[in-house]
Write a protein that binds this ligand. Structure first.
Ligand code: NAD
Ligand code: FE2
Length: 436
């Protein structure tokens, strides 16, 4: 067991360095009005504005269009983004991008929109069979051969942090599993993060996407230390999921502290602008952190929780098809996972519990998993989350299928601070069936 100070102590054969990659960001109320100038500065003349149907009707998309027009940037709008995108919806967006003759992208939306713009940019710039760039073993995992066109990301949920990451996540329909494309080249060139957009977010979207933030921060903070991952053959092979490191710790700590103070308030009251702004800032910090550390088991497990959905339809989301929002599919696993991982780094689990607002009186290292799981469960109850896997439609008969879907997610599972065997993964799902 290692205390926090020694978490990054070197081990034989482990990596000796960590890298920090971040998008350029602008954060503040009203900054969407800068979209036109930013596009011009990036040399964009004709831009694809990507959004979803519901967002198209909200004022901030029009605000971005006006800013682009004022700067003389020709704009073509694509509003067919699917909430919780799929391989089919990614390819549809890529087709649009290819045919529209644009030289840049601006995404205005949540993770679904930003990820779709990343994929459209990738396949329009470097056309290839769809599975070419998709993570192995599901896809060929080939590296992106060159730079993409400039992409400005304007997040409208306080959630994914996708504006700061080189990841695009989608549902591979044929496999009924989520997976992704990961490359530093996918990272947007600039993020315009305007807290004014959060006022119209439905409470359930603030809750689900806020738990995504919370788990990004918890997973990055408790990930295996970067120094315990095998050293890369050469610098270019150091993964973005490099493990916990001193840089990601900074963002995780502040994100968790902000969530402990503001998260429940932001869900409960759309007019609480202070709380909604602070949760958005937490999302940014956690995005920067996990983009350089990587998530682990709750996210790895979420891929099959979301992919195998049967009939769950949450409030606040489109009702065209059943879906389990990403943050929900993650958080239902989290208490079970952190009970399991606590012995690997109890002090980190305890620190996180304290930042999230748990009552730490009398808590010792042996209680770390229970204290953290208890605090997550308390926040889940407070914000109307489903009661574990049973709350989103799964039962004991589904444990095998859930395990089959998640076990190939090696990139994520190997970043956990303890080894996760197949049987162990099934046990984690079993312990996530219900919490109260
Ligand atoms: N690339 C990454 O690094 C990364 C990280 C985490 C999650 N993701 C992915 O992101 C997706 C989830 O994204 P999300 O949680 O941001 O939500 P989302 O983009 O799926 O949007 C959720 C809902 O909220 C609505 N909405 C968004 N902003 C709004 C606003 N300001 N006002 C009113 N309604 C608004 C949307 O129309 C949609 O119905 C998933 O596919 C997930 O896998 C990606
Ligand atoms: Fe996430």
């Amino acid at each position: 067991m290692a205390c926090c100070h020694h978490y990054f102590d070197p081990v034989e054969g482990g990596d000796r360095a960590f890298s920090v990659d971040v998008s350029a960001i602008t954060f503040g109320r009203g900054c969407l009005a800068e979209a036109g100038e930013v596009a011009r500065a990036l040399g964009i003349r004709r831009i694809a504005l990507m959004t979803d149907k519901a967002l198209r009707a909200l004022p901030f998309v029009a605000q971005v269009e006006q800013a682009l027009a004022a700067a003389g940037v020709d704009t073509v709008v694509y509003d067919e983004v699917r909430v919780e995108p799929t391989d089919v919806s990614f390819q549809d967006a890529a087709r649009f991008a290819r045919e529209s003759g644009v030289d840049g992208f601006i995404s205005v939306g949540g993770g679904s929109v930003i990820d779709t713009a990343k994929a459209a940019n990738l396949y329009a710039t470097h056309p290839a069979d769809f599975l070419t760039y998709v993570n192995a073993p599901i896809g060929a995992g080939q590296s992106v051969p060159g730079p993409l066109k400039p992409h400005i990301a304007c997040p409208t949920t306080s959630g994914t942090g996708s504006e700061c990451t080189g990841i695009a996540v989608f549902d591979l329909l044929a496999m009924k599993a989520k997976t992704g494309i990961v490359s530093r080249r996918l990272r947007p060139d600039r993020a315009l993060i305007d807290p004014a957009v959060t006022a119209s977010l439905p409470a359930n979207v603030v809750a689900a996407s806020g738990f995504d933030v919370l788990s990004h921060a918890l997973e990055s903070y408790t990930a295996q230390p970067y120094s315990h991952r095998s050293a890369p053959g050469d610098a270019s092979q150091r993964p973005m999921s490099q493990g916990a490191n001193p840089w990601s710790d900074l963002g995780c700590r502040e994100a968790l502290r902000l969530l402990g103070t503001y998260f429940a308030r932001a869900v409960a009251d759309a007019s609480d602008t202070e709380a909604r702004e602070q949760v958005l800032w937490a999302a940014t910090l956690a995005g920067i952190a996990f983009g350089n550390a990587g998530c682990h088991a709750p996210h790895g497990m979420a891929y099959s929780v979301a992919g195998l959905v049967r009939d769950f339809q949450p409030e606040g989301y489109p009702d065209e098809a059943p879906l389990i929002p990403h943050g929900m599919s993650v958080i239902v696993n989290a208490p079970s996972v952190f009970r399991f991982t606590a012995p690997a780094c109890p002090d980190r689990h305890l620190n996180a519990s304290g930042w999230l607002g748990a009552d730490m009186r009398g808590a010792g290292e042996g209680d770390a998993g229970e204290v953290l799981a208890g605090q997550i469960v308390a926040l889940m109850k407070q914000t109307g989350m489903p009661n574990g896997l049973s709350g989103v439609g799964y039962g004991a008969d589904d444990l095998g299928a859930l395990t089959d879907g998640a076990f190939p997610q090696r990139r994520l599972l190997q970043n956990a601070p303890l080894e996760i065997s197949r049987d162990c993964l099934t046990g984690l799902y079993r312990d996530a069936l219900a919490y109260w």
